[in-house]
Design a protein around this ligand. Structure first.
Ligand code: GLY
Length: 355
């Protein structure tokens, strides 16, 4: 078997198909379902089926691709299909796809018959470095992100960067945003290296794996997000509001998650510099680095007001107050920070004034 990396139940390398085949032989599931979306059924399922040995043919399920299908209606369809196809409590659901498939599939599995076994095989960079790892599952409520869900861990997470060969550039950038976030919250050296991330370079797999290790260290210390794990939401308070706003206003061409989070990280870092003295030089480096990768977005005054109004739906809000994760410096965080509205507007002005 080629060299594999693993930590706990997360495995990475080109031989994850073999890891899964061995696992399936050990655990005798009554039936196996593979959840795909329209894209992964076409681009990833053939590779998956050619690399895994099954005792009996798995049943392939398909949902439409896209964030706007990450909702309870899609869950109802999949729960019904599982039921019609006689899935029972010993069935297994394998989620083969990006963050929408792994989040939604994990939620479907966690709730069907009060919970069946599931495995994540992330096929997007974002899902590999973030969504598929750490046990968060769930769906959106209207345009509001991840409002319904549970934390429940898959029995395996299998990362094969080979799946990224067919991933569009914009989706690679979207995943790169979460890797940059891991750099900002944990290691400036990793941030600098990740600015140069290129899936065709030999170090790509190393960088992906380092992101998984950073996330794993945080999740292990605070699996239920009572405190420390909130740092994984760096840039997400405003980022999610920007993403929800784009989804509401432009449902056919919304911002990708990472595109919104990249903006959210510039805003959060500006706020950090004003409130906690995050070094200006590092703020400029983060802003310039992100803007070299992600296209600048325009925000009118009305948009900024609408985005600010969405902040209350952030999962860290409590008793009507919104709390941010901010930074004193790279890898030096402060959670539960209250931020005045005026500073949020100033942060948007800072973002807009950069070219
Ligand atoms: N995506 C942030 C977390 O898993 O906590």
């Amino acid at each position: 078997m080629p060299k594999q990396k693993n930590i706990g139940n997360v495995h990475c390398g080109t031989a994850v198909g073999k890891v899964l085949s061995v696992h399936l032989q050990k655990v005798n599931h009554s039936s196996i379902f593979v959840l795909t979306d329209t894209n992964t059924r076409r681009h990833c399922l053939p590779k998956f089926l050619s690399e895994v040995t099954f005792e009996s043919e798995p049943v392939v399920l398909e949902m439409p691709a896209g964030e706007h299908h990450k909702n309870i209606d899609s869950c109802v369809k999949i729960w019904s299909e599982l039921s019609e196809k006689n899935a029972d409590r010993n069935s297994l659901l394998i989620n083969l796809g990006g963050g929408v498939v792994t989040d939604l599939g994990g939620f479907v599995a966690s709730t069907f018959k009060r919970g069946i076994d599931f495995i994540n095989i992330p096929t997007s960079l974002l899902a590999m470095v973030d969504a598929a790892v750490g046990g968060k599952t769930g769906v959106d409520l209207g345009s509001l992100k991840n409002q319904v869900g549970v934390i429940n861990h898959p029995s395996l997470v299998l990362l094969d960067p080979g799946y990224l060969q067919t991933l569009p550039e914009a989706h690679l950038r979207s995943g790169q945003a979460e890797m940059l976030k891991h750099g900002i919250i944990a290691s400036e050296v990793y941030f600098d290296r990740t600015l140069e991330f290129d899936i065709n370079k030999p170090e790509a797999e190393e960088l992906i794996w380092e992101s998984v290790l950073i996330k794993d260290r945080v999740v292990k210390q605070d699996p239920l997000e009572k405190g420390l794990r909130k740092i994984l939401n760096y840039g997400h308070t405003l980022g999610h509001a920007i993403e929800s706003h784009a989804l509401r206003h432009n449902p056919d061409n919304p911002l990708l998650h990472g595109e919104a989070i990249a903006i959210g990280m510039i805003l959060a870092t500006y706020i950090s510099s004003e409130m906690l003295g995050f070094p200006k030089k590092s703020l400029d480096k983060i802003t310039a680095g992100i803007l070299a990768i992600f296209k600048k977005q325009l925000f009118s005054k009305t948009h900024i007001k609408e985005i600010s109004d969405l902040l209350i739906y952030d999962k860290k809000s409590s008793r009507g107050k919104v709390y941010f994760v901010l930074l004193n410096d790279f890898a030096d965080h402060k959670i539960n920070c209250e931020v005045p509205d005026s500073l949020i507007s100033e942060a948007f002005s800072y973002y807009s004034s950069h070219s």
